[in-house]
Design a protein. Sequence first.
Length: 330
Amino acid sequence: MNFGEVLSKAWKIIWKNKVLWIFGILASCGRSSGGSGGRGNFNLPSNGNLNLPKGENPFSNSQIPDIDKLGQNFEKLFTNGNEPQWGFIIGLICLIFFIAIIFAFLSTIGRIGLIRGTVMADNGQEPLTFGQVWTSSLPYFWKVFFLNLLFGLVIMLAMLIVLIPLIIFAFGTMGIGLLCIIPLLCLFIPLTMILNVILEQANVAMVVEDLGIWASVVRGWNVCRENIGPVAVVALVIIFGGGIAGFIIALPLLLVLVPLLVVVFSQDQSVMTTGLATSGVLLCCLMPVVIGLQGILQSYIGSIWTLTFVRLTAPKPVESEFPPSVTVLN
């Protein structure tokens, strides 16, 4: 396989068909946590200051001011006196579950769109439109969705089966068993990477060759097993190159922390308000840029995996039985 051709062709496809960036943004919904964010509020006293002597550092005792009040307020969200607020707890769980389902749906349609769009562009069906890629992706939605869902459940179940006995053993041995967990966790990292590579090829096989769930897994495994070298090279390029690119893309978000640091070490209420407002504005301005760049990166990675599968599974040209210099006489 020509690695340079795959990398350059993938970039040409997503650059010429920028509609794939949208599917890259959708696909990235299931690849990272997206954004976290606190409210930026430490429940400061309502009188507008911390009532501390001038020059005293409120963090000199390694504690956040009013941390007790913060804990009490947080506890009140889940309890009413001594009784748990089951309605609020169940509602929160349902909300988290609903958001997770939405993200899984968006990630699935984004993943399929990248595969379909890349194959269509590679076959010369350019320029692509959003409706064209979207419509051609829908028939594969449920198969890809359940494939990735089952994969996640199997990984989670395997980790629970292995880790729960080790955790119990660690408690039973007063923490000495933790020495067994650390090497196991280190083993899980490369193992998970390998399984993710197989999953990527299984997803592409399902969409490109219209296979069922189990047949796609077998096909992905066979492609990886029969082409260990090329797949490993592509995986390393994506893992390290994509990791570096993702880190660079996320760097601007560090600017959000600068005003927060001023807030942490300031005792002036106006400075705190200004710092929090500045962080909020920076976050709102930078997040669309970061999400967009992450979508471009994800579309590029998805195109690379798709072209890798297509190139590795393409029929090899049949060599002539006779050398070119030999003339066959009747």
